[in-house]
Design a protein around this ligand. Structure first.
Ligand code: DX5
Ligand code: ZN
Length: 220
């Protein structure tokens, strides 16, 4: 199994100093930078677009893990790729042709992720798993940071871990929403190898980031 990757969600960072915040979590040991893109249509919140990804790109060489909660999504893939995204993750509900969307991401030379909302069953993976580099399990309903972890998603993580192992492919299993030092342990035990954490990373300000990230890894 892979070492656990921690992906701070900059949704919980200080938006007035995003560049500094990205450098701070990079220095504090973050593996990836998780960027939550919301459109006020697919989810009930509006966050950031490709211009912000581009502006942040020079601030870190870590993987930019871009979570697209926008619909329609296809028209924006190229712009996010050019802005510096390394992973582009989409939701199957965000367009009528998810397979084509995944192919478009790969043709742009980026890693392709598929995200499952809490109510989305794993059978959506049946004919897509062989195309994917990452599967993102939402353990809250997407839209906001600081929500509580939905326990039923542990069973989904275990199910997807079995599917990934059976596929024999190198697919990251990432979990997003309500991850803190406690839920982190349960999610890792269920088979996740990448954890998104917004509020649990950024609480306490920059001097706390390294300890917060270590706790999420289970190093406390
Ligand atoms: C929710 C976003 C998450 C969110 C996580 O829609 O996809 O990435 O920022 O925030 P926490 O870790 O605070 O639940
Ligand atoms: Zn996210």
């Amino acid at each position: 199994t892979k070492p656990i990757r921690i992906a701070p969600s900059i949704l919980s960072a200080d938006f007035a100093k995003l560049g500094e915040e990205v450098r701070a979590v990079d220095n504090a040991g973050a593996d990836w930078i998780h960027v939550d893109v919301m459109d006020g249509h697919f989810v009930p919140n509006i966050t950031i677009g490709p211009a912000v990804v581009k502006a942040l790109r020079p601030h870190s060489e870590k993987t930019f893990d871009v979570h697209l909660m926008i619909s329609p999504v296809d028209a924006y893939l190229e712009e996010f790729a050019e802005a510096g995204a390394d992973i582009l993750t989409v939701h199957p509900e965000a367009g009528a042709h998810t397979h084509r969307t995944i192919q478009t991401i790969k043709a742009l030379g980026k890693k392709a992720g598929l995200s499952l909302n809490p109510g989305t069953p794993t059978n959506v993976l049946d004919y897509l798993i062989d195309e994917l580099d990452l599967i993102l399990v939402m353990s809250v309903n997407p839209g906001f940071g600081g929500q509580s972890f939905i326990d039923s998603q542990l069973r989904k993580i275990e199910d997807i871990r079995r599917r990934i192992d059976a596929s024999g492919r190198d697919i990251d299993l990432e979990v997003d929403g309500g991850i803190n030092a406690d839920t982190s342990q349960r999610v890792r035990d269920a088979g996740a190898d990448a954890l998104v954490a917004g509020s649990a990373t950024f609480k306490g300000g920059p001097s706390a980031y390294a300890d917060n990230i270590a706790a999420l890894r289970g190093e406390e």
